[in-house]
Ligand binder design. Structure first.
Ligand code: MN
Length: 273
């Protein structure tokens, strides 16, 4: 257990008993969250702090315009748990949890399991990844779990794969401040082909805004639910997940383009403008 100051280092599985904060973006009642809580319960003390309503595609938004209402609730069901709901965004949940709500700073932050994959540039839109990234911004190791699913699925089976990947990550060591983005392929066709550690694809999303007319006759546009990625390089999360592999992509909070820093530094040093 850490003090509320945050400690940078590398989390290894040999920590005696971890304190784990779990959040998500599908909301505190989402079955993927309950499955994840259940799948890691034996690893330590679990705190669940999650949005009170679905927040998919919230990205890394935080709430400034209203106070965040929290409720301590018991989620019923076979995978029931006690947790705290927040009427905010995923990043709000993790930030408020670490600052105020949990008894001690977590050793590990988990997010998910999201109903839907978060690969490629969806990483930027993802509230699931943002919740984990918020943990990483506190210098904590963080893992985001998402599954390429649609509709009702067996999240327990998905959670078992998440747990196996987490065990592997803990053995390998997760660098504090890193976000590990994990995606599970559809399981209808059987077990995943394996685990591939791959980079994030930058492939374009080919989506469609559907033009509609609202009840007052105003022109409006709805982003269609269907989308596809454009061509993507091999050895990326988009391609590997599509081929049926579990993908593991370590992300950086520091988004600096270092070669560009050098190039621009040179430019401004030479010309002073
Ligand atoms: Mn979601």
């Amino acid at each position: 257990m850490r003090k509320r100051t945050g400690i940078r280092g590398r989390l290894r599985v040999d920590l005696e008993r971890m304190r784990i904060l779990i959040s998500n973006d599908d909301g505190i009642l989402a079955p993927g969250l309950a499955a994840l809580v259940h799948a890691v319960a034996d690893l330590g003390d679990i705190d669940v702090v999650a949005p009170d309503s679905p927040q998919s595609a919230a990205g890394h938004a935080i709430t400034l315009r209203h106070p965040l209402t929290v409720r301590r609730i018991k989620v019923d069901g076979p995978r029931g748990f006690c947790g705290i709901s927040v009427d905010g965004r995923p990043a709000d949940c993790v930030r408020l949890a670490v600052r105020n709500l949990v008894p001690a700073v977590p050793d590990l932050v988990l997010s998910g399991i999201n109903a839907g994959s978060n690969v490629g540039i969806n990483v930027f839109y993802s509230g699931t990844v943002a919740a984990a990234a918020e943990g990483a911004m506190f210098g904590l190791p963080a893992v985001a779990f998402s599954a390429a699913v649609a509709g009702d699925v067996d999240f327990d089976a998905i959670a078992r794969h998440c747990r196996l990947v987490l065990d592997g990550l803990l053995k390998a060591g997760i660098a504090a401040g890193d976000v590990i983005n994990v995606n599970i392929p559809p399981l209808e066709g059987g077990n995943p082909k394996g685990v591939q550690v791959v980079r994030q694809s930058k492939a374009e999303i080919e989506d469609l805004y559907v033009c509609e007319t609202d009840p007052d006759g105003r022109e409006c546009y709805r982003l269609g639910a269907q989308y596809a990625f454009g061509p993507s390089d091999r050895d990326t999360d988009v391609v590997s997940l599509g081929e049926g592999y579990i993908t593991v992509t370590p992300l950086h909070i520091d988004r600096t383009d270092y070669p560009a820093v050098e190039r621009l530094r040179q430019h401004f040093a030479d010309r002073n403008v």
